[in-house]
Ligand binder design. Structure first.
Ligand code: KG4
Ligand code: ZN
Length: 338
């Protein structure tokens, strides 16, 4: 261990996964996640069950992350945690634990915005090229759909956002209509890869400027399925792969229509994606294909796309360099803006 190195332990507990990572500067030494399986049978995250599971997971998860990193807690430089947005009960477990740990070790505490983590995950040292400032980030998750302009690691401007559902919800809700389990996004992605994206046509909802809307899309799919199953009760199972491919194709069309507009308006051609939905194979392939139009694109490795603590660690590292620390009065914030 070199004395000038920074060792940050990061905790992410905003939703249903308890995650802890240890970073040495911008390098990930460990990135451990305990998934909560309990929610599957309810078809969605049950907040009270999530916070209880975080409570029983948090200590073993932190131990495991330290052990895998081969670091003792006395070597740590700071503790980073997700302040929000997310579920209040879940955030409280991570934030309370982080505060107590920082206090007992007498080291700085760093609060991180969950979506900053998703965006700054691109700066984790993984041997790939990094974006330079300014660049655009499309943040797509179960709770967010935004186009963000990054002028620096701490100067982020939201250019457009969803006015209703997030794109992850559009994947999950349409997947649910098709009988897929929760979360439906990854399963819909897998089925879509074997289907025809032009088999069925769905409308692209209208939203002003660089904003998004997805609630009308979900309703359009619902009416379409109701209409078709009236004619053929096996319509969904007979056409599942084609429906999934067509749904995914339309969601990609919606996302990129505004993203292309943002590139034109700002003149910024470096474009990154982040958030759980950026694991989607169609979105990744489409972004890559935009390189033919002169874009420089950045796609995070899979382990840093869906919720994880390494992304909180790298965002914490940037704040550590700025000495941007939190006081012990900091609280979890389920709804905070970028
Ligand atoms: O970032 P994330 O892990 O949690 C939130 O902060 O919301 O994102 C979860 C979302 C879920 O809606 C999930 O269905 C979606 O990401 N997701 C996907 C894929 N993998 C995860 N959606 C489409 N295709 C995927 N491969
Ligand atoms: Zn997330």
């Amino acid at each position: 261990m070199s004395p000038q190195n920074t060792y940050i332990l990061a905790i992410e507990s905003s939703c249903d996964d308890t995650a802890c990572a240890v970073l040495e500067n911008d390098r990930v030494l460990s990135n451990f996640i305990a998934n909560q399986k309990i929610h599957e049978k309810y078809g969605g995250v049950v907040p009270e069950l999530a916070s209880r599971a975080h409570q029983s997971n948090i200590i073993p998860v932190v131990h495991e992350a330290l052990a895998q990193a081969n670091i003792t807690k006395n070597q740590l430089s700071a503790i980073a945690f997700t302040k929000g947005p997310g579920l209040m009960g879940s955030l409280l477990v991570g934030s309370s634990f982080a505060k107590s740990l920082a206090l007992s070790l007498n080291i700085p505490l760093i609060d991180v915005h969950h979506m900053h983590g998703h965006i700054l995950a691109h700066f984790i040292d993984d041997g790939q090229a990094k974006p330079t400032f300014p660049f655009l980030a499309l943040t797509i998750s179960g709770g967010h759909t935004q186009i963000v302009q990054l002028n620096s690691a701490s100067d982020m401007k939201v250019l457009g956002t969803t006015q209703d559902d997030a794109v992850g919800e559009a994947f999950d809700k349409t997947g649910k209509l098709l009988g897929l389990g929760y979360p439906a996004g990854p399963q819909l992605d897998k089925l879509a890869q074997q289907g025809n994206p032009r088999a069925f046509e769905f409308p692209v909802p209208k939203a002003p400027d660089l904003n998004y809307s997805f609630s009308g899309f979900k309703t359009a799919v619902l009416y379409f399925l109701q209409r078709e199953t009236k004619k053929d009760e096996n319509f969904i199972e007979n056409n599942l792969k084609d429906i999934c491919a067509s749904v995914q194709y339309t969601l990609i069309k919606i996302l990129f229509k505004k993203l292309e507009k943002a590139v034109k308006q700002t003149g910024i051609k470096q474009v990154a994606i982040g958030g759980g939905v950026s694991a989607n194979s169609g979105i990744r392939a489409h972004l890559k294909s935009m390189e033919a139009k002169g874009w420089k694109t950045f796609i995070p490795p899979f382990e840093y796309t869906t919720d994880n603590a390494a992304m909180i660690g790298i965002a914490g590292y940037f704040k550590y360099l700025e000495k941007d620390f939190a006081g012990l009065e900091v609280t979890a914030a389920p709804r905070i803006h970028m």
